[in-house]
Design a protein around this ligand. Structure first.
Ligand SMILES: [Zn+2]
Length: 250
């Protein structure tokens, strides 16, 4: 027993000596300097300015369009991008449930059609914005020059007055009174769209208060509810951000 005690004490002394041994005599490492913080990332360069024509942004013709979506006598104008068409169907159902008949009428326009519309020579012919007497600059406040229309993308819709707009209290005394006129804003469709279109991914492109230089168009909506659509309208939305209902700029 005593031998065991001595052995234990000897071992403890040995361990204690080891624990108290001097530190190695090798040269102490130089203190590590604090790593310099990485340089702050420089802010991304602003995108180059987009050349506009009389305030209108350039747009290419959209592909993969779905026909028969909008109601127009010209088959071309019935076309819309499929993602916008699906959102439009949901929006029309919601409006119908609220007692509002939406009439999406003029949708896609090719660049060639836009050229005819913009350059039409009649003085006051249907679809002519001012005709040959107006300067291109003046016409461009109402009609985009070819290659600069949102309708070419397949994401834009002109709503015409629907049946409930023309009925008692609908806000439109006649179809002509609200077709591509400011009065459309006072129709049932115009009011409903202003309040709810953004819930379905649509927004009014040329809204009251915009400084883009294009006349206010309460009937004209563009789809921005998909990444592809948002990319198409990125420049326009960066410079002229439509307000959400309630007045908060987006
Ligand atoms: Zn339009």
């Amino acid at each position: 027993m005593r031998a065991l005690m001595w052995a234990t004490l000897a071992l403890a002394a040995l361990l204690g000596e080891a624990a108290c041994a001097d530190p190695p005599t090798t040269q102490a490492a130089a203190p590590v300097e604090a790593a310099a913080p990485p340089p702050a990332p420089s802010p991304p360069a602003p995108p180059p300015p987009v050349p506009r024509a009389y305030g209108h942004f350039p747009y290419a013709e959209g592909a993969g369009l779905q026909a028969g979506v909008c109601q127009h006598g010209d088959p071309e104008r019935t076309k819309l991008k499929p993602d916008a068409a699906a959102a439009l169907a949901r929006m029309r159902d919601a409006a119908r449930a609220a007692g509002v008949t939406l009439l999406p009428s003029s949708c896609f326009r090719s660049v060639a059609s836009q050229a005819r519309l913009f350059n039409c020579s009649g003085n006051s012919g249907t679809g002519c914005a001012g005709g040959k007497l107006a300067s291109a600059e003046r016409r461009a406040t109402a009609v985009a020059p070819p290659g600069h229309s949102e309708h070419a993308t397949g994401y834009a819709i002109d709503f015409f007055p629907g049946a409930t707009d023309l009925s008692e209290g609908g806000g439109c005394p006649s179809r002509a009174a609200c077709t591509t006129t400011a009065r459309f804003a006072q129709s049932r469709s115009g009011k409903w769209l202003a309040a709810h279109a953004h819930d379905f991914g649509f927004e009014q492109s040329f809204y009251p208060g915009s400084t883009q230089g294009v006349m206010v168009e309460p009937w004209h909506y563009r789809f921005v509810g998909s990444p592809e659509a948002q990319e198409v309208f990125r420049a326009a939305r960066m410079m002229f951000s439509p307000p959400k209902p309630g007045g908060t700029a987006r």
